[in-house]
Design a protein around this ligand. Sequence first.
Ligand code: SPV
Ligand code: MG
Length: 427
Amino acid sequence: MYVGLSADILHSGHINILNIAKKYGDVVVGLLTDKAISSYKKLPHLNYEQRYTVLKNIKFVKKVIPQKTLSYLENLEKVRPNVVVHGDDWKEGVQKKTRYEVLKYLKKTKGKLIEPKYTKGISSTVIKKKLNSIGISSDTRKSKLKRLIEAKDIVRIIEAHNPLSGLIAESVNVKINNSIREFDGIWSSSLTDSTVRGKPDNQSVDYATRIIGQNEILEVTKKPIIFDGDNGGRIEHLPYMVRSLERLGVSALVLEDKKGLKRNSLFADQTRANQDSINSFKKKISLAKKSTISDDFLIIARIESLIFGKGINDALKRAISYSKAGADCIFISCKKKNPKEIFNFSKKFKNTSFFKPLVAVPSTYSKTYEKDLIKNGFKIVIYANQLLRASYPAMLKCAEQILTNQRSLEAEKNLMSIDKILTLIDQ
Ligand code: SPV
Ligand code: MG
C-alpha cells in the first residue's frame, strides 16, 4: 500500500490518510524529495531528513522511501502496491496529471485507488501563511541556498537595493502551466547598493553601511541572500565580514579576484583596474572558507579573466585553483553580448574533477534563456541590477512630467494610486 507525501507540515488531514491507508496493508510512504517538491512549488520548510524522521515515527507507517519526482511511476514499479491512497484534492491542479498516471498504472496491475475526502477546516497552505508571518530564523534562511542548489535545475536570484525592492523579490510570482514561478533569492549588489546612495561602484560605500542596509532587507524578507563582497577588502578584515554576514542569515559571499581601486566590471575601460594573482586570491578564498561557522554558508569565487580579456584558459586555471582552495561555486564574469565565451569555459571546466556549480549574471547577454544556462552547467542565475534600472527611468519621467505641466495630473496615469500606496504594506 503506497502513499505519496511531502509531509512538510503534518496535520490531522495527513494522519487521517495514513490511518485509512493502514487498513489496506503495510504503508509505504513515498516521501517527496526537495527536488520533487520544488519542481512545482516552494522548497519545503523542513529538509528531507527532518521530514523523514517525523514520518518514520508515525505508528501507521511501515517504511519511508524517497519519491524523487512528482510522478509516482518509478516508485510504483518498485513497491508494486495493491492500493494507493491520496486525498481527493489532487483531482484538480498541478497533480491532476500525476493522478491520471497512477490510475493508468493501477488499471494495468488491477490495483485500487482510494481517495479520502479532503479534510475540511485544516490546510497546510493556511498554516504556512501563519508560519510565514512569524518570520524565519537566521540559520533556516542561511541553509536555504545550499538546499536550492541541490534541489533545482537553476536557482533564480534577483537584485534588491532596499527593503521595498526586497519585498518584490520576496513575493512576485507568475502562474505558468499550473505551477507557480518565482525568484528563489536576493542579490545584494555593490552596483545598485552604491547607485541608490548616489555613489560610484568603487567601494565608496563601505561594508558596514552595506551590511546595515542588508539588515533592513533581511527584516522584511525570508528568501536567501547572496552578498556581493567585491574583493573582500583587506585579508585581515575578511573573517569579520564572513562572520557578520553569516550571523545575519546571509547564505553566500561572492569574492572577486580584483585588487586596488575597484571599477564595476561592466565598464568598457578597465585600464585602472587590476586582477589579483592566483596565489593571493586563493589565500582569500581559503581564509573566507575557514572563517565560516557552518557548511551552509557558501563562498563563491568570482573570476574576472574574461573582463580583462585574458581568455578562457586563464579563467579555467583560476577556476581550478579557487575550487581547490575551497570555493563552493564559481562565478564567471562576462560582459559580451552573447554567452559563447562562458559556455566554452563551462564545457572545459565540467571536464575537470574540480567542477563546482557555476553562477551567471546575464546583464549584457540578456537574450540568453535560463534553459541554455542550465544546459551549460550553470546552477545560479543572478538578475543583478534590473529592479533599480526599472525604477530610475520611471521616477525621472514622473519628475519631468511634473516640471513640464506644473502639476502632477499628467504623471498620474503611470503611478500607483494613493489607495494602493496606503495599503501596499500591511498595517
Ligand atoms: C553587481 O551587481 O554589483 C555586480 C555584478 O558585481 S556586475 O555589475 O555585473 O559586475
Ligand atoms: Mg558588484
